[in-house]
Design a protein. Sequence first.
Length: 285
Amino acid sequence: MRCLNFSNCCCGFVLMTVLISSCGTGKVRRIQSPPHYSFAQVFTHKLEPKLKEISGLAWDKKLDEFIAHNDESGKLFYLDKETKLIKSELPFGEKGDYEEVVVVNSVPYVLRSDGLILMIAKDSSGKASAVELGKAGVSGVNDFESMYFDPVRNALVILCKNCESDNKQVVSAYACYIDSTGFNPEPVFTISVDEVKTASPFKSGRIEPSAAAIHPVLQKLFILSSASNQLIITSLDGKLEGVYELGKKLFPQPEGITFKSNGDMYISNEGRAERATILRFPYRK
């Protein structure tokens, strides 16, 4: 059973798998849920049209609120923690290809697709401006969509979606140390593309990270790959621990992931034919 109503909804019971019927074949395929979650138990919120192209989602644990941004808008959106309706908007710059937002000590950081990290600072009047924190010094043509904060490293870590130097064989992670040295020019770890393909429970395309976050309870890295419909779980050093399918009906375009301190997982989908959504999956001990 899967709940797909579109406001504060919950399934009546929990299953560890979602059953997918292959069209016209009569065959049933199981989509396995990651440990401590069930894709069959989901709370779904439809978002307002301004967030149709939501490309980043973060939860501010100090202020107990969600922050999102719409691709290319140069604006942050603060969302009601229950309804996910927009409470306020904060313009921070010109239009651009912004892909991710992360909150560290209530300070938002935004990732641009070319690897530039912006710190969003407010003046005494509350007006925001974008301060360039640093840019990944990766040679060649590169594309980034995912960023997360690693408290052990005290660094923002970005993952290559497509980096020329990776040669389609690995996914490299680069750390920006926000209080000290800035970007490390060498990857802090890499993930083998072939290893992910081998571990995948279904035939998939190449992993192209679209969002990532550290699980606050499990201390594992959760990576979304919208292009290959995958959730990849690794250690904090990139050692592969599991690959899970993201069914297209529930996850049409997963572009954001964040967690509350209790382990509840939130995944945002960009809107296609329908409105964008935020999905909540309760953490089960």
